[in-house]
Design a protein. Structure first.
Lengths: 373, 252
């Protein structure tokens, strides 16, 4: 079978790749700002916008429907903010409320227009789960233009967006317009979402936002590589999903793309170096071997009470060893305490707590006393 | 000289409320330039909120904040801020030098990337907090004390006349505490004003020369030798302070 000779498949694969790239890039920021669920609320909130745009204009041009989707999604984010600011409803519940209300309105409108006597509305219901096969050349061009604009803005405002995501208070203290930056980044996320609605649909679109970022985070230690890996994962899943669904009968494209993505996430969570589950399992044994410093410090502190006039008096390691359980490596614990400035070796080879060490020991003592009380 | 320029930070009739509950009530405070000031008070006294109000991060219900005699709005770049370490997400994918370089973003301006000059500033600041060899370390792999030093280095590259630190000694190791104090002492010697939210009453006389006792209201403020008294501590902390007051204030 000649996979790339097929015009429809080429178009679908290109559209899915564009969608994977933009949602990978913008999704990374949503993920790092713990706003992944905002993507879910926005995509569900887009549904009434799509239907209303069609009802008002009678057009199914992608740009018209995307503008409707974008406006509704944007109003959805404002509604979330309004609920959080004006009531005592927490952020996650506000997201749930907005998602349900907007999606419900969307479904009512969709059912309503399907009962209308003309056939022009046919196909709007495919926005629920997406219908990649319906992508036309003009749709893909629209997606590419919107995606390119979103990514270009992201690159230009990169360092401000990075700081906004890491430490918004500090960004504000530098005089950056944090509110407006936040609005811009959210608007770009809305753009990334509406790009994917025709292919993946409002229900599964949030997976395109969360999954590439979640997988990419496992493999990267800095922001630029993370975003690039997320883009690569998004593009790969888009193309692979398109090919799979075109070569296997009755396999829908959008859900297939999401399944490919999910497998990548699963593998990443398990295998990634440093952050993966496997790595952590292997390293727990190493962690266990590190000595616990607190008990040895407390022993030193107790010993220093024997010489109230000379708190710097040294105490031999042997004494400390008899005070500790046999499996404790007292020498390495003492080295650890010395590294932290809590204990020091005296001229006679013994050990004594430093003034800071004594204060720390007192703090531990008070904390433990407080826990028992 | 303008009358107001006598103060680095001036707070007048400041009231801040969260959900109708006053967190700060009618605060008046004048901080002379060049002091090392500690803000102390029990949990929920509004210490962090006062710092945030001075930074313009929370909107007061009433009152005014002036920095060197000028309104908050025109004071950009006057205050270098070290937020509470625990409020940040240390799992963010970035490294130490990148976080420190963030201190230059205000001066670098829009769209421009940070260049060699900014990198040198960041490296010098890391040197100052003895973290130079950690420049390329991901921040997720730092200890609490190292995280705190990175945040201090980020504030240092701002080179602002006022430094505000929110609980910089919370959960850090002893060498870090000493390193931070050494840096703050250096800053104070060059005429910077230092304002620190602090918890450990015992170290107040050793570390600071000025103090604000806060418990929703401003109980008292002034030189440590005058206002850091058992009487004031009791007013601020209630009865619970007996032991600590004997240990800290008693030494004076």
């Amino acid at each position: 079978m000649d996979l790339f000779g097929d015009y429809t498949l080429r178009l679908v694969a290109l559209g899915s790749a564009v969608l994977g790239a933009t949602s990978g890039a913008l999704g990374s920021f949503a993920y790092l700002r713990r706003q992944s669920l905002l993507g879910d609320a926005v995509s569900h909130a887009a549904l009434p916008g799509i239907v209303l745009a069609f009802m008002l204009t009678g057009s199914k041009l992608p740009l018209v429907l995307m503008v409707g989707a974008g406006l509704a999604g944007w109003i959805g984010t404002l509604a979330v903010q309004l609920v959080v600011r004006r009531s005592r409803v927490p952020y996650d519940s506000a997201l749930g409320i907005v998602l349900a209300v907007f999606f419900g309105i969307g479904l009512v409108l969709l059912t309503h227009i399907q009962k209308l006597p003309n056939a022009a509305q046919a196909g709007l219901e495919s926005f629920l789960f997406g219908q990649a096969a319906s992508l036309l050349r003009r749709d893909v061009v629209t997606m590419m233009v919107l995606g390119a604009c979103a990514v270009l803005i992201l690159v230009l405002v990169w360092k401000e967006f990075k700081l906004l995501s890491f430490d918004p208070d500090f960004a504000s203290s530098l005089g950056l317009p944090v509110r407006r930056l936040d609005g811009l980044l959210t608007a770009l996320l809305v753009v990334a979402i509406i790009i994917g609605l025709q292919t993946v649909g409002v229900v599964l679109m949030s997976a395109m936002i969360v999954a590439p970022a979640a997988a990419a985070r496992q493999w990267s230690r800095r922001l630029a590589p993370m975003v690039m890996i997320a883009v690569a994962i998004g593009v790969f899943s888009g193309i692979t999903g398109s090919i799979l669904s075109s070569s296997i009968p009755r396999l829908p494209t959008g859900p297939t793309i999401v399944l490919v993505l999910s497998s990548i996430v699963a593998v990443s969570l398990f295998l990634a170096p440093r952050r993966g589950l496997l790595w952590r399992l292997l390293n727990i044994s190493a962690l266990r071997a590190a000595p616990d410093l607190d008990p040895v410090l407390m022993h030193l502190y107790a010993l220093s009470h024997q010489h109230p006039d000379d708190p710097e008096h040294g105490h031999p390691v042997a004494v400390l060893r008899t005070m500790s359980p046999p499996d404790v490596n007292v020498e390495s614990a003492l080295e650890g305490l010395a590294d932290r400035g809590l204990a020091q070796q005296t001229s006679d080879g013994g050990w004594a707590p430093t003034p800071i060490g004594r204060r720390e020991a007192l703090r531990i003592h008070e904390r433990e006393a407080g826990e028992e009380a | 000289m303008d009358e107001h320029e006598r103060w680095a930070l001036e707070v007048e009739d400041l009231t801040v409320a969260y959900a109708d509950q006053p967190v700060l009530w009618d605060i008046d405070l004048n901080v002379p330039p060049g002091v090392k000031m500690a803000i102390i008070g029990p949990n929920g006294a509004g210490k962090s909120t006062l710092v945030k109000a001075a930074m313009g991060l929370v909107n007061p219900v009433a009152g005014e904040v002036r920095i060197f005699g000028r309104g908050r709005e025109s004071a950009e770049g006057q205050i270098a801020y070290v937020p509470q370490r625990a409020t940040l997400s240390w799992d963010f994918p970035t490294d130490v030098i990148d976080v420190v370089t963030m201190g230059t973003y205000g001066k670098v301006g829009w769209i421009r990337r940070c260049g060699a000059a900014e990198k040198r500033q960041a490296e010098a600041a890391l040197e100052q907090v003895a973290m130079a060899e950690f420049a390329r370390r991901p921040i997720a792999e730092l200890s609490g004390g190292q995280q705190q030093r990175v945040l201090l280095a980020r504030a240092l590259v701002q080179d602002a006349p006022i430094y505000m630190l929110d609980e910089p000694f919370q959960g850090v190791d002893a060498p870090t505490e000493r390193a931070i104090i050494a840096v703050l002492d250096e800053l104070a010697e060059t005429g910077k004003t230092i304002i620190v939210v602090h918890h450990d009453l015992q170290t107040i006389p050793e570390y600071f020369d000025y103090v604000l006792l806060l418990n929703v209201r401003a109980i008292d403020s002034g030189p440590v030798s005058e206002v850091f008294t058992e009487e004031n501590l009791r007013l601020t902390f209630g009865g619970r302070v007996g032991v600590l007051a004997a240990a800290g204030a008693g030494k004076l």
